[in-house]
Write a protein that binds this ligand. Structure first.
Ligand SMILES: [Zn+2]
Length: 414
């Protein structure tokens, strides 16, 4: 349905709340072309002027993608994205007739100079999708935070805490409420955690056999040495979601003896799930905070890689400082019991930028039970206590000799 005459749309026929808020100022009493009601509204022309900027800033014309079919060498071309009408319906949350009127208004108003080589932005035969926005603002915040922690030696001062609040989320904010939570415990699919320890030498083997709780449990609080996610002296329990990953984590040598055991989880624990960090809808392009939100979320999508990546043993003390403070923040300030993250020894650590958002749509990915086997858990504080939260299951203690280790490698460019 074209708009041959003056067309007006009421605010009730526009779904996007941020846009609605913005339009309130210029809205006047009109008769809505689309629902027929007399109500506060604006002309389609006014709507076009308002949405034009954000559409150009945050949407782009889709790239041509080449597809090869399996049974022939012929390539076919397909443009990424969705057509303009659909994009307008989705972004502004309006019905098709209004989108059609708006589409032709936007094409009419598209001011470009072909004589100067400029091209039109609005085309009814083009596809569009949201632009990727850079996460450099948050990369900078992270760098600043890491630098503070590593070099100024003021572990977790107010400024560092403030930076983490901006990156991960301050308590009670939308950002914090959107953090993905993974539950483990007696009523959840994950009821057991596994730990392993090197046990070569007859003395060591017997020591573990005779006092498995002490030898395979975490060190008593106060005497814990610093690790990837815990500063020295903080009660901590590192474990894996499978025996195999627990074994891989201790980097055993071939021929070596290892001990492995399982622990029951006696109450429900809330873990921050790093694999799904940043995977929330990007929200409205008319939100004044959109830019910042996308920058933050796309940084967080790579955060898992940053936190769980392998670190050379000789770099550990310094390189673990930022993640130690993150874990402390997540547990002490955001009230999680611990963190779920991919084992860096199992090759499960994702590369940044693997998930994709288009048009704000959102498909939450949950880890399959096979994938979960490659994950580690760190519990901090009271959740790490043996006897109150965790219990060693005596008949799960077993000793194994390592017969082979598999390594994966990738090309290293010099
Ligand atoms: Zn209406």
């Amino acid at each position: 349905m074209g708009c041959f005459f003056m067309c007006d749309i009421c605010l009730d026929c526009i779904g996007d709340t941020h846009l609605k808020e913005q339009l309130k100022e210029s809205a006047a009493q009109i008769e809505c072309t689309y629902c027929g009601e007399e109500s506060l509204g604006i002309s389609i022309e006014e709507l076009a002027r308002t949405v034009d900027g954000p559409l150009r800033d945050y949407c782009q014309i889709g790239e041509e993608e080449t597809h090869y079919s399996a049974d022939s060498d012929k390539a076919s071309y397909e443009q990424a994205g969705e057509n303009l009408n659909y994009i307008l319906q989705e972004e502004i949350e309006i019905d098709e007739p209004a989108a059609t009127a708006l589409e032709s208004k936007l094409m009419d108003m598209d001011d470009y100079r072909p004589q100067d080589g400029e091209e039109s932005f609005y085309e009814d035969n083009c596809n569009y999708h949201r632009r990727e926005l850079s996460s450099w603002v948050y990369q900078d915040k992270w760098r600043e935070y890491s630098h503070r922690i590593k070099h100024k030696r003021r572990f977790f001062d107010e400024d560092a805490k403030q930076l983490l609040a901006e990156i991960i989320g301050a308590p009670g904010t939308t950002a914090a409420l959107e953090l993905p939570c993974f539950l483990i415990g007696p009523q959840d699919p994950i009821t057991l955690l596994h730990r392993a320890r090197r046990a070569s030498g007859e003395g060591k083997t017997l020591e573990i056999k005779n006092d498995a709780v002490k030898q395979l449990g975490p060190p008593p609080s106060g005497s814990a040495s610093a690790g990837r996610m815990n500063a020295q002296g903080i009660s901590v329990f590192y474990a894996a979601l499978s025996k195999e990953t627990a074994l891989a984590e201790i980097r055993p040598s071939v021929g070596g003896v290892v001990a492995v055991a399982s622990f029951s989880i006696d109450r429900q624990l809330r873990l921050l799930d790093l694999s799904r960090l940043g995977e929330v809808p990007y929200g409205s392009i008319f939100d004044p905070e959109y830019d910042d939100r996308v920058s933050r979320l796309s940084f967080l999508e790579g955060f898992h890689h940053l936190i769980a990546r392998p670190i050379q043993p000789n770099h550990e003390p310094l390189e673990y400082l930022p993640t130690q403070a993150v874990a402390e923040y997540v547990v002490n300030i955001l009230d999680f019991d611990g963190i779920l993250y991919a084992s860096s020894q199992s090759g499960a650590v994702p590369r940044p930028g693997e998930s994709s958002h288009s048009n704000g749509s959102y498909y939450p990915s949950t880890l399959s039970s096979e994938e979960l086997k490659l994950y580690n858990v760190v519990l901090l504080g009271s959740a790490a206590e043996i006897g109150t939260t965790l219990n060693l299951i005596a008949d799960t203690v077993e000793f194994r000799t390592v017969s082979s280790i598999s390594y994966e490698s990738e090309e290293y460019y010099v």
